[in-house]
Design a binder for this molecule. Sequence first.
Ligand code: ADE
Length: 241
Amino acid sequence: MIMATPHISAEKGDFAKTVLMPGDPLRAKFIADTFLKDVRQVTGVRGMLGFTGTYEGRPISVMGSGMGMPSIGIYSYELYKFYDVDNIIRIGSAGSYTDKAKLFDVVLAAGAVSESNYARVQSGFEGDLTLPSQTLNDKLRASAAKQGIPLIEGNIHSSDVFYRQPSDEKPTYWEKLRDERGCLCVEMESFALFANAQVLGKNAACLLTISDSFVSPEITTAEQRQTSFTNMMKVALGAEY
Ligand code: ADE
């Protein structure tokens, strides 16, 4: 059946029930080429590539979300609403606000705190915390435990702004998010993803690798980055959705 949405050119049935979403579409291609079998590209509007294949015999899709809440808001809404996707797991990177989440640790989001207007505008939701699916989080925890991969769990901050103007305010905005709201790290998408899942009755979760730190800037190697990315992928792919 011919079907497309404004931002996705796939046909109905082209996506698996579970979609992994990295921000970068070329990362989606890399994941499909490296980890999946029987892969086919199912969409590519504006270069936002999406693929469907199998992992250990089970169908799974992977598609870029772009950066920021407007972008993941569009793609995740269309996947849930028009392509009958049930589960979206964001797989991304984040900047750490605390020593509890060290470079290359893998974080499982317990909730996403945000100053974003996304949920208010989208559905009238007035809160500043949206939550992932407990069922998906249980599956991701089980996958990590089975493979001996440590997961750090806590709230994350979904920010609308990557480049903030420097400020002398003490404590800093990120220390307040850490100390008052339990935010381990910052990324830019999950609040909107969780909000969409909530209003559409679907499931969302978020796994992050720590790529940079607000508390202890360190030099990192490509090998370290690759290992932590692989661990996150093992957790995401090893779960039985
Ligand atoms: N993703 C990775 N590092 C980040 C940062 N410092 N801020 C926002 N999103 C990020």
